[in-house]
Design a protein. Structure first.
Length: 100
C-alpha cells in the first residue's frame, strides 16, 4: 500500500528531536571561541555558520535521497543502505572517541 509522504511539520519536529544535532551544536558553542568578538556577536556568528551548514547538509541529503529513490523503494536494498549508514555512524563515532 501507498504510504503518505512525511509532512513538513513532522520533519521539523524530527529535526528538533535529533540528539546528535544538539550535541554537535553544543560542541561548537562550547569548544570554540571567535577571538575579538563580544559574546552576543560570537553567538550570532556561530548561529549563522551552523545555519549555513544545516542548510548545506540537508540539501546534500535531499539530493542523495532523490537520486537513490528508486533503489530505496526496494525493501532489501533499502535495508542494506540503512545498515550501511548505521555501520558508518558506529565506525565514525568509535573513531572520534579514540585517543589522539
Amino acid at each position: 500500500p501507498s504510504v503518505p509522504a512525511p509532512s513538513l511539520v513532522g520533519g521539523l519536529l524530527l529535526a528538533t528531536a535529533n540528539p546528535k544535532a544538539w550535541i554537535a551544536i553544543g560542541a561548537v558553542f562550547a569548544a570554540s571561541r571567535l577571538q575579538g568578538l563580544p559574546p552576543v556577536a560570537e553567538a550570532i556568528a556561530k548561529t549563522l555558520a551552523l545555519t549555513a551548514m544545516i542548510v548545506a547538509i540537508h540539501l546534500a541529503w535531499l539530493l542523495v535521497g532523490a537520486s537513490l529513490a528508486r533503489l530505496l523503494a526496494h525493501p532489501v536494498a533499502s535495508r542494506a543502505v540503512n545498515l550501511a549508514l548505521a555501520a558508518a555512524l558506529v565506525v565514525t563515532t568509535a573513531w572520534a572517541l579514540l585517543p589522539r
